[in-house]
Design a protein around this ligand. Sequence first.
Ligand SMILES: [Zn+2]
Ligand SMILES: [Zn+2]
Length: 256
Amino acid sequence: MKIRVLGAHNTESRETRNITLLVDDILALDAGGLTSSLSFEDQLKLKAVLLTHHHYDHVRDIPALAMNFFLRSRQIDVYSHQVVFDNLAKHFLNGTIYPEYHEKPPGYPILRFQLLEPWKEVAILGYRVKPVLMNHSQPSMGYQVMSPDHKSIFYSGDTGIGLIEVWKQIKPQLLFIEVTGPDKWENSMIEHKHMTPHLLKMELDIFREINRYLPRIYILHTNPASEKEISAELAGVAASLQADILVSYEGMQVEI
Ligand SMILES: [Zn+2]
Ligand SMILES: [Zn+2]
């Protein structure tokens, strides 16, 4: 299983992209930096996109991807929960901002919305995908993705603390999880349901208690202006847990 980090941050600039992972060139997790990171040729290799929630930084490239597929008469599957589809249809693909590519062309919609239920594992492109409910300000699902040869990752999307039920449901080799702000933002991060290094440490303690191990951890969704501070604080967390914690960056590639 090959994972490419296309977008590793919570804000966009020339150097940073909104959050997106790409698995084996065919499966995208979120779409914050999808079209801006891939050539047209590579976009056409995509077979499916899993969306965690409808915040702009996670879904923004869905309309752009739809246009590119439309111009090449190709369809693509988009998996998520109903509230994400409702918001995409209402605010983006509404015939005003952009065409209704989930309905058009008639009988051959470019975006095929596929509904997932939390906690219910499904087969997608040969992977076993388990959606789990995260704790965010909008309804959000994280995904464990397991390849046919039993390599597995978990991608959190955006999440705050309180993940005990999630940890009971997953056993990934690699954990891609968000840490948006530094420890000094803890109150605001709790309020907006994001993580800091200290909050992550508390959640990892619980993970280890339940699962008796810690996976290798890749940090995503960092605020670029706080990255040095976050990295320094995460180094402390890694040392105290004796865990492998790496801060992801655009273009990073991981193989398991
Ligand atoms: Zn969010
Ligand atoms: Zn976000």
